[in-house]
Each structure stands twice: as C-alpha cells, then as structure tokens.
Ligand binder design. Sequence first.
Ligand SMILES: [Ca+2]
Length: 235
Amino acid sequence: MITLLPLFVACGGGTWVVDTWGEDYIETGIPADTFEDGCSVVFTTFEVEIAQADLIDGDDEVAGSVPTGRFDLVEPGPQVVGETVVTAKHYDTARFAIAPVDGDSVRVAGALTCGAASVDFDWSFDASTTYECEPAELTVPAGGEAGTQLTVHGDHLFYDGLENDDAVVRGQAIVDADGDADGVVTLAELQAVDVAPLGYSVGQFSEVTDLGAFVEHLSRTIGHVDGEGHCAVQF
Ligand SMILES: [Ca+2]
C-alpha cells in the first residue's frame, strides 16, 4: 500500500502554479527611450486585484482554480498567486479576471516626467476585465508542476491607440492635462481632455472621447501571459 500512493498521485495529477509579474517597467520604471515623446515614468504603486485565475480544459470546463488576491507589482517579483492540483495533461487556455473585490480593480500611482515638467498621478479603476489567455506551451506533468504567469505590461497605460498595432507610448498629453497646474494629474483632469485633437486612435471604440476614458480602457489591456503571450479581452 505504501507504494500505491505515489503511483496514484503520479498518474492522477500535477500542480499548476500561477505567478504574476510587472517586469522592469513596473518595478523600476519606463525609460525615456521607450516613450515616443521622450517622457519617462516611475511607479510607486501598481496594484492589481486578481479575482480569478483558472485553468481551462478543452471543453471550456474549469480544470482548476488558484487562490487569488491583491498584488502590488512594484514589489520585486515574480510573486506567486497560488497553485492547485489538476489533471496532468496539456492545456491551451488560462482565464484571469482583474476585478473589484473590496475596492478598485487596478490602482496605479507614480510620477511622469516630460522634459522639465513632471506630474504625479494616483488613479484607481474599477472595471472588471476577464483575460482569456493562450499559454504558448503548458503541459502539467504527472507528479510535477507547470507554471503560468499573468504578466502585466505597465507601458500599455500610455499607448496612444486603443487597438492599432502601431500604437506608441506617449506621456506629454497627460502632463499637459494638469488643468490646475498643481503638479498632480487626476482622472477628472484627464476626463476634461478630448482625445481627438491629440491624434490618439480609438479604433472601433468610438464611445471613448476623453483622455480619462482612454486611459481607463487601456487599464483593461495590461494583462498578458508568460511575458508577451496573448490574452483576449471582451469589452
Ligand atoms: Ca491637477
């Protein structure tokens, strides 16, 4: 009997481990050479509320769920979200939700610098976003473990397009949005700025007409899988 237990485990399942990471852009900052207009940003807070982290079987069944929680990605990572035992096999889909649990879903704070001008920001978003992700190669081995990473891309908050592949990272419009010139750009100040004169592209999202709505939309595009892997979002 003593030898049967490990055999059973080996045949039945393996461990799926989920972590999350904001990479250098969130931990250290986004350098000026990444911005089309020479700005740069340093984050002091980049919190995401991971409300769901599921491994999906081929027939759209949830094969396993890991415990979730709130993570500040400014802290050096990757940070482990959780793990669960699932049937050992190949999987092609992981589903994550960044959504409010007890407060907002995403909070980003930091400082944006463009030339001699610098502004602070502290923005909270409360959208619920489900990311349907395609890990490049995910096979959970019997008796072993395999991992999936919810990789968060901080630079996406500063894209100048909502869906075009040639969108670039810009900051000047956000610095310029500081209407009362107090050195802090609020979401309300972003909402007072029309995006059309900025040359920003909204693509099919014609309801996005101000810079606040634009950045909020971008806050729902930050989730990726295993680095640069693709996740689909239904808006
Ligand atoms: Ca202000």
